[in-house]
Design a binder for this molecule. Sequence first.
Ligand code: DI6
Ligand code: FE
Length: 412
Amino acid sequence: MNSVFCTCEKIWINAQLATMDPQVAAPYGLLKDHIIGVKNGKITVISPMHKVDINEFHGEIHDVQGNILTPGLIDSHTHLIYGGQRSLEFTQRLNGSSYEEISRTGGGILATVTATRALSEDELVEQAQPRLEALLNEGVTTVEIKSGYGLTLNDELKILRAAKKLAADYPFHLRSTLLAAHTIPPEFRNSPDAYIELICQEIIPRVADEGLAEAVDIFCEKIAFSAAQSEQLFITAEKAGLGIKIHAEQLSNSHGAELAANYSAWSVDHLEYLDEAGIKALKKSGTVATLLPGAFYFLGETKQPPVELLRQYQVPMALASDLNPGSCPLASLRLMMNMGCVLFGLTPEEALQATTRNGAAALGLGEITGTLSVGKAADMLLWDIDDPAQLAYQFGATPLLQRIFAGEISHV
Ligand code: DI6
Ligand code: FE
């Protein structure tokens, strides 16, 4: 047998590979007339068709007839485990109340905290399933899930355990993030510092011990936590060996992104109010700027994130759904790609980078997934399209022919 094929169990032939690999100097890292081979869940071979003799391969062959393969999509920021829903608040906002006003009067995140605390782990799994399935069905193969609607040790653990259950039942890579610092819980209304202490002294150590999350996140905003409180959390997360993420500069500029960059954060997310000093800090630390156009759209925001400056400084941009009941109940990463282009001015190529390679980096998975490259996970999507730009161009019709997760064809 041809030595190339010794390392393959399955091959896809006659493919156009939108590798998204920066080493491939073509738009989308496109390689025409290629084969891609996989073994044990990883990509083992990428080769031009004319350099191999297919007749020498005796494993599983998929002839894709010129169709396009991309990396699996990565939704690097979701809050998809929660109880209940908030359509009442949607109505209130359309009648003139602002998101901040609603959150200051006990609605908003706290309404979902009450609903989430009331549910068991299994009930949370059940309510999250349709949202997760919606993402997976359109080609998402890696999903980050944040806690943050429990705000007690046990309720945060319950959410993170529910995420593990989902990961055991569905074909996707899970990255869990502890967002106990999502908002100040009612029990600590007058002592937010004491809540940060609880997170640092009890919740983070327990979550790290049990291996329930890979990263820690905080909502740094006037209506939530300060930069000083964020820093305390980062110091503890760093000691516990957890990655760092932050919700920053969504409604105002608290300089949280710059702070998080100084702690080598994996990503800083939202960023409508990010300034040039923040962008310079991101460039220096190699932190990903994650844009969440769904929340911008759903809250009717008008302040645009500084996309052109991020481009100038070559800060990697990710796009994610922020799927949550308050600011973005929209369970579609493809829609976010379209919004990233239409609302924020990303190019279709940037939108695909933002939901593959840069999404992986935003989760500390840059070496593992996010591009079609030898050695990475065989997370691949086969599309019935002529041009990769179609993935950002159209939403609703899903031209997905095959969803391949860790080398297995896995429809959800
Ligand atoms: N920013 C957001 O957009 C979400 N969380 C956050 O910190 C909103 C969460 C919610 O409204 O339930
Ligand atoms: Fe969020």
